[in-house]
Design a protein around this ligand. Sequence first.
Ligand SMILES: [Cu+2]
Length: 156
Amino acid sequence: MKNLLPAMAFLLAAPMAQACETFTSGDISVQQAWSRASIGTGRPAVLYLEITNDGAMDDALLGLTTPAASMPMLHETTVTDSVAAMPHAASIPVPASQTVALSPGGFHGMLMGLTAPLVEGEKFPITLTFEKAGTLDVTVDILSMRAQEAACVDAK
Ligand SMILES: [Cu+2]
């Protein structure tokens, strides 16, 4: 029995990279959906993910809803004369046969009005609305406050 302990410690220290969960609606699929743990609910949380359009028609992400936040929005990070700003993005284009990333420094979701703190290791649901593909339910992984990229690996 005591020989098991070193092996278990190793497993905890080096978890295997898990495959990204993929969510699909028609020609649109979403993976690598993640957010960061929050301190309380006073500040907005981020939302990052990858959208792939396998179809022949351009589509666009129009918005999102989630029970995790009362006012989720789409933002774009822009830098003009070294001043960063985050204007509201009315929609995010997802051209035919392309993958678009919502990632740090670019397009992202901003979850304003968190209904509860986001806790590292937990998940929450979001519903994305696309112009052509309609709605798509996606599960978001909550990573550490310092995370810079998804913790899962594309299965491609
Ligand atoms: Cu923002």
